[in-house]
Design a protein around this ligand. Structure first.
Ligand SMILES: C[S@@+](CC[C@H](N)C(=O)[O-])C[C@H]1O[C@@H](n2cnc3c(N)ncnc32)[C@H](O)[C@@H]1O
Length: 268
């Protein structure tokens, strides 16, 4: 269905239920079963909308594979471990990791492979790229069985939905997507209770935006608990800078920044 039809549907939803949080908007734009970006196209790579490190060079994944083999030995070379990737894209990173990991055959034999992936298209690509390791697929990390966990995630956490809050003169307000004149527009919701925003943002200037990624916090907590209980290691790679406040929402189309409210579902 055309992007315009998706926008019309969002406009109807807003008319019926009120403005969307950025997180609700992102969830639909990326993962709506029918129209969401990751549900319709596997547009990672030079010919797609954006490129990721594993799509640039196999060295990235092979080094991670060697690091994992070393950590596995350091942890006592357990005979069965769960190797998990969150949001594995086309399966390129995991294929590179496994190529290097197999250099230590006992590690290769110990691996039970799990891919946590929301997109059926990406799952199909991963199934093909990783066939010899018979990956088990999961919608969330919650269904990965307990046990030693070796986990990697490249550009996964920054694809999860965020909520944004802006400091206004009378308090923090949530950034929302509403409608005006038949088009989607940015706006601000009512003032939220002060305890919604961490006190560490107390001194940011008026107009500043802070972001809350509740899904990331929950997944990180789960990973930490599993590793503390069963052993293992996690390597999470994302890109950003050290500043804790600011608007990081961006859409990529054809390797260029795109307006997140334009042609929804066609930009990553
Ligand atoms: C930016 S891509 C990164 C792909 C890959 N890691 C790479 O480096 O090429 C994000 C990946 O996470 C998946 N994804 C996004 N949101 C997800 C979610 N909530 N649960 C599981 N997978 C998700 C996407 O389908 C895609 O495979």
């Amino acid at each position: 269905m055309a992007a315009g039809a998706f926008e019309a549907r969002l406009l109807r939803r807003i008319a019926q239920y009120g403005p969307l949080s950025v997180a609700e908007f992102m969830t639909d734009a990326l993962l709506h079963p029918e129209f969401g970006y990751y549900m319709k196209q596997a547009a990672i790579g030079r010919s797609g909308d954006f490129v990721t490190a594993p799509e640039v060079s196999q060295i990235f994944g092979e080094l991670i594979g060697l690091w994992l083999a070393q950590v596995w030995m350091d942890h006592g070379a357990k005979p069965a471990v769960h190797l998990v990737e969150l949001g594995g894209g086309r399966g390129t990173l995991m294929a590179d990791i496994l190529r290097a990991a197999k250099l230590l055959p006992a590690f290769g034999d110990a691996i039970v492979l799990h891919m946590v992936e929301a997109s059926p298209l990406m799952r199909a690509a991963q199934e093909q790229a990783l066939a010899s390791f018979k990956p088990q697929f999961h919608d969330t990390i919650a269904t990965v069985p307990d046990g030693p966990l070796y986990l990697v995630a490249n550009e996964f956490f920054d694809a999860l939905p965020i909520r944004q809050f802006q400091k206004s003169e009378d308090g923090w307000r949530e950034r929302q997507i509403g409608a005006e004149g038949g088009a989607l527009i940015w706006g601000l919701g009512p003032v939220v209770a002060p305890d919604w925003i961490s006190p560490r943002f107390g001194d940011v200037p008026q107009g500043a935006i802070v972001e809350i990624n509740a899904a990331a916090e929950a997944i990180m907590a789960d990973i930490g608990k599993r590793i503390a209980t069963h052993g293992g290691a996690a390597l999470v790679v994302d890109y950003g800078d050290w500043i804790s406040a600011g608007d990081t929402l961006q859409a990529m189309k054809g390797h260029r920044y795109a307006d997140p409210l334009a042609d929804i579902g066609t930009a990553g």
